[in-house]
Design a protein around this ligand. Structure first.
Ligand code: FE2
Ligand code: FE2
Length: 210
């Protein structure tokens, strides 16, 4: 749990909401209301690795949106409407809503044991990762197309699911590569704590799109 790099949750939430509302998707206001009342805004993106910080999940969702939009050539090739990019990127990980817990543990600091908080997991509805995101979106009344389901389902690529299933889905819906690429770049480039020094120096330039 990293308390040093605080994220601007209210600004990120405003951007997140405006993007979702711009899709004009049926029941999108209900979904925003659900997330607003949940722990989504303050949840981390992981317990120990990328964005394990308050607001980390919201930041990660926006990073996946920015990294999806960056793939202009693929978006054009597959002729994907912007509302599809917004819905799939911003909501691909909503399965992590009401998912993390904050627990305490003893840590030795300067020779003395002190209690420190850390993130744990208590999955109340363990029905798969991406699959759960799809179910939650649809249960909240948001219609999803087959392409959108495929994009969310395969966002983890070969790291989740049976290889043949993942490959078959990419073959049939190559649009899902956009969400997968974006999720990998957001996780391992933008949000990686282990960046090399010379690499991290250029990260702000990369993020600004120059
Ligand atoms: Fe994910
Ligand atoms: Fe993700």
């Amino acid at each position: 749990m990293n308390e040093e790099n605080r994220l601007d949750v209210s600004t990120m939430w405003k951007t997140f909401k405006e993007l979702l509302l711009s899709t004009k998707r049926q029941n999108i206001d209900k979904l925003i209301d659900f997330l607003d009342k949940s722990d989504f805004k303050l949840a981390p993106a992981s317990t120990r690795y990328h964005n394990c910080i308050e607001g980390g999940l919201l930041a990660h969702s926006l990073n996946v949106y920015y990294e999806s939009v960056r793939q202009k050539d693929l978006i054009k090739l597959f002729n994907i409407p912007m509302d599809t990019i917004i819905i799939t990127s911003l909501l691909h990980d909503i399965c992590k809503t009401n998912y993390y817990t904050i627990e305490m543990r003893n840590v030795k600091v300067n020779g003395a044991w002190v209690q420190q908080p850390y993130y744990g997991v208590d999955d109340l509805f363990p029905v798969g990762h991406a699959e759960k995101s799809i179910m939650m979106i649809m249960q909240l009344g948001i219609p999803l197309s087959d392409v959108e389901i495929a994009m969310i389902r395969n966002h983890m690529g070969f790291s989740k699911g049976e290889p043949n299933d993942v490959s078959n889905l990419f073959n049939k819906y190559p649009e899902a590569l956009i969400t997968h690429n974006a999720d990998m770049i957001a996780t391992y480039v933008i949000e990686s704590p282990g960046l090399l020094k010379d690499f991290s120096d250029r990260l702000e330039v990369y993020k600004s799109g120059k």
